[in-house]
Ligand binder design. Structure first.
Ligand SMILES: NC(=O)C1=CN([C@@H]2O[C@H](COP(=O)(O)OP(=O)(O)OC[C@H]3O[C@@H](n4cnc5c(N)ncnc54)[C@H](O)[C@@H]3O)[C@@H](O)[C@H]2O)C=CC1
Length: 390
């Protein structure tokens, strides 16, 4: 995602102006976003109903989206892919094309107020051009998506299994077919916290019965995660957004897969293993499954069963503290990235990383260290994982 920033192409005049504004407001991003939402809800009170009652996570999201768009303003391919996804994702909030000018007007007023050194007619014109282009891509992508997919899916909880005091495996039945790929995630809204959406990876490859499952850990002050773990019961209906994420398998190659899953990050890794199994092509899959302690390896039995069934699969449990875990090809005590470094090299492998943001960051270094080029390492966006942390 940093390609355009380090690219040798000189930045366009608009990009220079836009980045200058972003650099000026970055230290006061909190104030800018608070001012922006206050202005938006005063000028356009009808729009308030599209946002959650509590706006904490939302504030960060707007600024990060702006920053991403500003960084890639000269890279049409990256920008279009990012914004098209964002536009499709906004369908579940009920966003309509005529909301965009209202947001644009309040956004520019907020930037003008806080970027006093860099603001002027030229900068304003650059922002108008950029915002018009940004909103058009989002509007077009949403309209295209409308022809082929619902804005959201209703899904009834059909089973709820508490695996540890704070981790549940929740299985749901969507009200209409839900197409996705193993390794992807969706967004979830519970009936108890309207308009608060959080991302969860699918814990299984697509199933013939259409059911979807998630591994959810209740984290302190996590609204959605606590509701999913401690409140949701069979019969409750949640809402799902569209699938997203590129942690998927390239089935045109036979390279091996090195998968590193920490905590509930094992969910999409399990889905990837099932996906390889279903495709019937034998390719080596090595899974490192980490948790804080043996008791936290809540899905180890499932992973070991898969290992027994598939000779191409090896599962290595790793615990941060306490005695080495039971079972698996080998087991380790220590940090997950250190465990990976003891094996390899994995030069012909594609790598998949899933878990807490800190693990993703240090995991990438470890994977590079065992011979995997960065373009073959897949993981979900760290920014999204940080803001989806509850
Ligand atoms: N697609 C994805 O990337 C997914 C990410 N997650 C995320 O996974 C996390 C799961 O949380 P918990 O189960 O509480 O994880 P945790 O804090 O119990 O850690 C799980 C494993 O990651 C390791 N780890 C944690 N921080 C590390 C760091 N800074 N450096 C090296 N290793 C580190 C731990 O040693 C342990 O082996 C949540 O943040 C959730 O959002 C969950 C599902 C899918």
């Amino acid at each position: 995602m940093t390609a355009s920033v380090s690219s040798a192409e000189p930045a366009s005049p608009d990009a220079v102006l836009i980045r200058r504004t972003m650099a000026e407001i970055e230290p006061v991003a909190d104030k800018v976003t608070s001012y922006f939402y206050a202005l938006l809800f005063v000028q356009y009170p009808d729009l308030r109903a599209l946002f959650p009652a509590s706006m904490d996570t939302q504030r960060d999201r707007l600024f990060k989206a702006l920053l991403t768009a500003a960084q890639h303003v000269d890279d049409a391919d990256v920008l279009t892919a990012y914004l098209a996804n964002l536009g499709r994702g906004h369908r579940k909030y009920g966003t309509q094309p005529d909301h965009y000018p209202a947001v644009g007007e309040c956004l520019l007023s907020s930037l003008a107020r806080y970027a006093t050194s860099s603001w002027g007619p030229e900068t304003q014109a650059a922002w108008v051009r950029a915002y018009t282009a940004i909103s058009q891509i989002m509007i077009d992508a949403a309209a295209e998506d409308e022809a082929v997919a619902p804005a959201w899916w209703q899904a009834e909880v059909v089973s709820h299994e508490l695996r540890t005091p704070d981790i549940a495996v929740v299985t749901v039945r969507p009200d209409q077919p839900y197409p996705f790929l193993a390794g992807q995630y969706t967004s979830v809204e519970t009936p108890w916290w309207p308009r608060i959406w959080r991302h969860y990876s699918f814990a299984s490859a697509p199933r013939s019965d259409g059911l979807l499952s998630f591994h959810v850990k209740a984290v302190p002050a996590g609204w959605v995660s606590n509701a999913m773990v401690h409140r949701a019961r069979p019969g409750d209906v949640i809402r799902l957004g569209a699938p997203g994420g590129s942690m998927t398998i390239d089935h045109t190659t036979r390279s091996g897969l090195l998968c590193v899953g920490g905590g509930t990050g094992i969910a999409p890794i399990k889905a990837l293993v099932e996906d390889v199994a279903e495709h019937g092509v034998r390719r080596p899959v090595e899974v490192f499954y980490g948790a804080r302690s043996d008791q936290d390896l809540y899905d180890l039995d499932t992973m070991l069963r898969l290992e027994q069934t598939h000779p191409w699969l090896s599962v290595r449990p790793v615990v941060a503290t306490g005695p080495a875990p039971r079972g698996g090809t080998s087991s380790e005590t220590g940090q997950l990235p250190d465990a990976v470094r003891q094996y390899g090299p994995y030069r012909e492998y594609d790598a998949y990383l899933s878990g807490p943001p800190g693990l993703i960051r240090s995991g990438v270094d470890a994977l590079v260290g065992v011979g995997i080029p960065t373009d073959r390492i897949r993981h979900d966006s760290i920014e999204e994982l940080v803001s989806a942390g509850d």
